[in-house]
Design a protein around this ligand. Structure first.
Ligand code: SF4
Ligand code: SF4
Ligand code: SF4
Ligand code: FES
Length: 746
């Protein structure tokens, strides 16, 4: 590897060594010396608009902007000389000439960079007596408001929308003192409504429609947790007052997503306070569901499950788990199914074939799965059968950042055009040809594809064969044997190849990792894997059933025909989902559901337990790239309970009836301790997680001579969410759903 050249310079009489090409402003930060800045923003292009970062450099005739000056060998820099201090004072005075002094009512008051700078570096008097130019505040959308007089024209918003988001919805209008930011619709925005521009604005010029004038920053608590919408696992800081979430952002730039959040992560939290939240257990009496006490509901659930278990045996009951409940809850659910009831009838709506990928990789799984950071750093990225801008917004952000910062080469193979195509070195639009056929062609060149398509794929294959570090991402259209082909193609590329299966929801990967699967134990272990079974038996007692169970669609079909007597559904809506396959509740004798809302499935249930959302509980989730992160309880809704609590309660009721052992875990952390011991790849460092970081799982997987793996058609199904939808959760995000863009794009 080529060695990085270093340069030596002196800043405020201290020596520092930095890689060649480092900006002086970054060199000062290495020493913990603050050089104030507004327009400089790491990761975005340089603007040199605000002149706040002026520093004195010996042998240079005038002050220099530290944000554009590259550190040079032998440079001597002063950041706190009298000349520099005066320059800052004058720049702030200049910025304040037209800035309204409305800090007491400004949303940004208390966390405004201009306020802080004036406090630290500003003059203590103002010489300005002229009348200020006023402009009325503008509402650009339900989510974004602009107050021009507060704007200090740093252009961070314009750059983040253009470079970061590739939306280009903001521009600059007028000239000089009259300059303003203008939205693409003239007087309104037509964009992705991500709110990145609001977040990045150093002052209160851009404010959020959901948060403005609601509270003051010091009146809230700040809780770090994970976005519950898609599978990318963005870290989010919730601003909470009186147990209610008022704002979501990631302003401390921590976690795998740094400052990034899409519209769902930033604004899609109001479902928590939706008036249709279920807040009391419901029990069916005849045609209707009636509110009942917790005791009555829990006893009814345990009694009826026990009766069915006794009368019809373990396999008369099926369990459908969730893509959005925590790892701990998923783990407990499969433990309940396997250990208490003795069945492998457990599955969930699978949106990516993680089992297929792990199986295809075999013993290479541990170091061949791609993290979000590795995605950013990859030299080449191949996306197959997915539209990351809509379905995996952080993935799209990482890819764009890689292209911008170090020239990542992007290749796309998809049925239709995607927004990422315009950033791609090459994109192949398949039209009616299946992604699986394109992959087969890449491996064997044998499939009969239209000539033009084959030529394009040939060019792409050749380009990829010249790359040494390739990330391969794929969506739900590649499953089972098709993933095997893809891994074979990757194995023939010359350098390091890593893979990322793109699922849909916050814990899609965690659900699969935890063994919410009818044919695999936690960590994808085969049901006959003696080591895995022994380890589970050691922790659970009893037995682990060895007969493969029914898949989710097979359970719904069996419930409909009466072959399955009871169905236990946690945080999922299979009747809506598999309803498209013609399934309904049918003849099932007992349907129990944990839910937040009366979804299609909950409406058919015999017993409904009101469940807490991911924003109202502790636990852990694993994003689609296998990075585990902790959930922390942010909001609180009276009357609901976490699925962890609900499963604990049920296990105690069942034990009283002589079925299984009660769960005695004190809290989700105690379950996670067990997970660390029994789920391969989950024995991660706790320190990293507890300090708000992500820890990548490292799966050890052996095929052990099992037959090649494949999946039935329809088993892996994406919900094909857009930027503004996310299954049943998205339906209850009122603000987001009211946006005109949501209508067009969903
Ligand atoms: S909300 Fe996002 S997409 Fe819209 S203007 Fe702001 S940065 Fe651009
Ligand atoms: S609106 Fe905010 S981010 Fe945009 S130029 Fe003005 S001050 Fe900067
Ligand atoms: S990219 Fe996904 S995880 Fe990140 S904020 Fe958006 S919906 Fe949430
Ligand atoms: S931060 Fe250097 S000119 Fe704005």
């Amino acid at each position: 590897m080529a060695e990085t050249k270093l340069v030596n310079l002196k800043i405020n009489d201290r020596d520092v060594q930095v890689p060649a090409g480092t900006l002086v402003i970054e060199a000062t930060r290495r020493l913990g010396i603050e050089v104030p800045s507004f327009c400089y923003y790491p990761g975005l292009s340089l603007q040199a608009a605000c002149r706040m970062c002026l520093v004195e450099v010996e042998k240079m005739p005038k002050l220099q902007t530290a944000c554009t000056l590259v550190a040079g060998e032998g440079m001597v820099v002063h950041t706190n000389s009298e000349q520099v201090r005066n320059a800052r004072k004058f720049m702030l005075e200049f910025l304040l000439t037209n800035h309204p002094l409305d800090c007491p009512v400004c949303d940004k008051g208390g966390e405004c960079e201009l306020q802080d700078m004036v406090f630290r570096y500003g003059a203590d008097t103002s010489r300005f007596v002229e009348e200020k130019l006023h402009r009325p505040e503008e509402k650009w959308s339900d989510l974004v408001y602009y107050d021009a007089p507060r704007c200090i024209l740093c252009f961070r918003c314009v750059r983040v929308c253009d470079e970061g988001m590739d939306v280009k919805a903001l521009g600059v209008g007028m000239r000089g003192a009259n300059s303003i930011i203008i939205p693409n619709g003239g007087d309104h925005l037509d964009c992705q409504e991500c709110g990145m521009c609001i977040d990045i604005c150093p002052v209160g010029a851009l404010t959020s429609g959901t948060y403005r004038y609601k509270t003051r920053p010091w009146e809230m608590q700040y809780v770090a947790s994970i976005c519950m919408h898609c599978s990318n696992g963005c870290k989010t800081t919730f601003s909470v007052r009186n147990h209610e979430i008022l704002r979501a952002n990631n302003r401390d730039l921590s976690g795998i997503n740094k400052e990034f959040l899409c519209v769902k992560g930033r604004f899609g939290f109001d479902f928590t306070m939706h008036p249709e939240r279920i807040k009391q257990p419901l029990l069916r009496k005849g045609e209707k569901l009636y509110p009942v006490s917790w005791e009555e509901a829990a006893q009814a659930a345990a009694t009826r499950l026990n009766e069915i278990h006794t009368a019809f045996g373990p396999d008369a009951i099926g369990f459908i788990g969730s893509n959005r409940t925590s790892n701990e809850e998923n783990y407990l659910l499969q433990k309940l199914a396997r250990s208490t009831f003795g069945t492998n009838n457990i599955d969930h709506h699978r949106t990516a074939d993680y089992t297929g990928l792990v199986t295809a990789l075999g013993d290479r799984a541990a170091d061949s799965l791609l993290t979000m950071e590795q995605l950013y750093k990859s030299k080449a990225v191949l996306v197959i059968g997915n539209d990351p801008t809509n379905q995996n917004p952080l993935v799209a952000w990482q890819i764009r950042a890689g292209i911008r910062h170090h020239g990542t080469k992007l290749f796309v193979i998809n049925g239709q055009e995607t927004q990422l195509d315009r950033k791609a070195k090459q994109s192949v639009v398949l039209g009616g040809v299946l992604e699986a056929a394109a992959v087969r062609w890449l491996v064997t060149g044998e499939d009969k594809l239209p000539q033009e398509l084959a030529t394009q794929l040939g060019v792409m294959k050749q380009a990829l064969q010249a790359e040494t570090d390739v990330a391969i991402l794929f969506g739900s259209s590649l499953a089972g044997a098709a993933i095997g082909n893809l891994v074979e193609f990757g194995s023939n590329l010359p350098g390091k190849v890593r893979y990322l299966a793109l699922g849909d929801y916050a814990n899609s990967r965690g659900a699969a990792d935890m063994g919410i699967l009818p044919d695999r134990l936690p960590g994808y272990a085969y049901l006959d894997n003696a080591t895995a079974v022994d380890s589970l038996v050691k922790h659970w007692g009893g037995k682990v059933p060895s007969k493969p169970g029914l898949t989710a669609p097979a359970m719904i079909e069996a419930a409909q025909s009466g072959k399955l007597s009871a169905l236990y559904v946690v945080g999922a809506n299979p009747l809506a989902h598999y309803g498209t396959l013609g399934f309904g509740r049918g003849k099932v004798k007992l349907l129990i559901v944990h839910e937040m809302f009366l979804t299609e499935t909950a409406l058919q249930a015999d017993i409904v337990f009101p469940a807490a959302s991911g924003y109202e509980k502790d636990g852990s989730v694993t994003n689609t790239s296998g990075e585990i992160q902790l959930l922390h309880k942010a909001g609180e809704v009276m009357g609901v309970r976490s699925d962890f609590d609900l499963l604990r309660i049920l296990s105690h009721q069942l034990e009283k009836l002589g079925l299984g052992k009660a769960f005695h875990y004190k809290n989700p952390a105690a379950v996670f301790e067990e997970i660390r011991k029994v789920v391969p790849g989950y024995n991660v460092q706790l320190a990293g997680l507890l300090t708000g970081g992500a820890e990548a799982t490292s799966l050890q997987f052996s095929r052990n001579g099992h037959a090649p793996y494949d999946v039935p058609v329809q088993l892996i199904r994406s919900a094909n969410d857009t930027l503004f939808t996310s299954g049943s959760l998205g339906r209850f995000c009122t603000m987001m759903q009211s946006l005109p863009e949501a209508e067009v794009k969903s």
